[in-house]
Ligand binder design. Structure first.
Ligand code: CA
Length: 221
């Protein structure tokens, strides 16, 4: 999953970006509204974290601009403003949820998972195609009724990308987009290595190779 973080405070931004990476998200961090809008124009994001108090173009303006373009991307507002008005304007402006500064990183991550579930129309917190299931909260995978298997951050990110839509084929660049943020070096065969590692941990039939197109997990196991 790729997240766009819009936050002008260097310390908060760094802390959030670090926590996002630790939680297996590919995280791109921008510090103002115009750059956020440009980034959205050229990159697919699964979720946006938007600080309301931005210099120049205000966070609310960024939010309404995104929604005015009919972009339904899941969006969580981060705000230091504890006034009810700002929170309501954020939600009415199209935010899916908000967190108040200061917040615990664990709460932010849990709210992100909840928003992603709601917007994805997924009731269960666990992703599954009937054969393999993946718990975004613990980052453990389970094949059928076997023992939980702990995945590395990038193994998790790759399997999650496939399990969000079983049956859909993702190309190498689709997968790289969801695993690596800006400035993260991607080895040319990194995706193959991760798939190899996942098959070793979960069984070779878990991820199917579609020649010339990419990879997928089956729709029902
Ligand atoms: Ca700010």
């Amino acid at each position: 999953m790729r997240v766009l973080l819009v936050e002008d405070d260097p310390m908060i931004g760094e802390a959030i970006q670090g926590a996002l990476k630790d939680a297996s998200y590919a995280a791109d961090w921008v510090k103002n509204g115009p750059t956020a809008l440009t980034s959205l124009g050229c990159q697919h994001y699964d979720l946006i974290l938007l600080d309301l108090g931005l210099p120049g173009m205000d966070g609310l303006e960024v939010l309404t601009t995104i929604r005015a373009k009919d972009n339904p991307v899941p969006l969580l507002v981060i705000t230091a403003r504890d006034g009810l008005d700002d929170r309501l304007r954020g939600l009415d402006g199209g935010a899916d949820d908000y967190v108040l500064k200061p917040f615990e990183m664990a709460e932010l991550l849990a709210r992100m998972r909840a928003v992603l579930r709601r917007k994805g129309g997924i009731a269960s917190p666990v992703l599954s195609n009937g054969t393999v299931s993946l718990d975004p909260a613990t980052r453990e995978a389970v094949v059928k009724t076997g023992e939980p298997v702990q995945l590395s951050n990038r193994e998790f990110a790759l399997l999650q990308a496939l399990l969000v839509r079983p049956g859909a084929i993702l190309s190498r660049s689709d997968l790289e987009d969801r695993i690596y943020g800006w400035g993260e070096e991607v080895e040319s065969n990194a995706v193959e290595f991760l798939i190899h590692a996942l098959r070793r941990k979960l069984g070779s039939a878990i991820i199917k190779n579609v020649r010339g197109a990419g990879w997928m997990v089956s729709k029902s196991g």
